[in-house]
Design a protein around this ligand. Structure first.
Ligand SMILES: Cc1cc2nc3c(=O)[nH]c(=O)nc-3n(C[C@H](O)[C@H](O)[C@H](O)COP(=O)(O)O)c2cc1C
Length: 161
């Protein structure tokens, strides 16, 4: 399928929730790399992300009912690869991947300071889609910080847009 659908823009989705990690409650700030995402409504403004059921982010977002879409520039391929190949269950991807937390203004969630733009979203619906869950978020706050080429995914690796 990816031969037909790629290249796609790659984003980083951040989330926060108190999780039970091996019997201990911990507030987890996490990030996942996502290529499957899209705008789905103008009014209200809705944005959907498709998250694999096995991903730690799926558990966090299911519980928190919130996430941030962080759009990133093409020079952030190394960060996207690191974020997209490790689970956040036992590591802090912000510090491990050299990304800076910024507090959101509309939801209790961190966003990524280095991002080119962001959308703070509150989950209004979840769709069971095979091995993924589609989280539909209402955009409560958004901002474009930088213009320029965005990170694009190819079947193997990244390309400039
Ligand atoms: C370029 C790229 C695109 C990805 N796109 C998606 C995606 O759309 N949905 C998804 O569930 N995982 C996607 N992944 C895989 C997750 O980012 C990866 O499994 C990550 O380690 C999950 O982190 P978590 O367990 O901390 O949530 C992608 C990975 C990469 C490198």
């Amino acid at each position: 399928m990816s031969e037909l659908t790629d290249p796609r823009q790659v984003i980083l989705v951040s989330s926060r929730e108190e999780m039970d990690i091996m019997g201990k409650k911990e507030v987890k700030d996490n990030i996942i790399t996502i290529a499957w995402h899209m705008p789905v409504s103008f009014n209200p403004q809705l944005y959907a992300v498709s998250v694999g059921k096995t991903r730690f982010s799926a558990d966090v977002i299911k519980k928190s009912k919130a996430f941030v879409i962080n759009f990133v520039s093409e020079d952030m391929g190394d960060k996207a690869l690191m974020v997209g190949t490790k689970s956040g269950m036992h590591m802090d991807k912000f510090s491990e991947c050299g990304l800076t937390k910024e507090e959101c203004s509309s939801i209790d969630c961190p966003r990524i300071k280095e991002a080119a733009g962001y959308m703070e979203c509150e989950v209004i619906d979840e769709v069971d889609a095979g091995d993924h869950i589609i989280f539909i978020g209402k955009v409560l706050n958004s901002h474009i910080k930088k213009s320029g080429k965005r990170l694009m995914q190819k079947e193997k690796g990244f390309i400039g847009a």
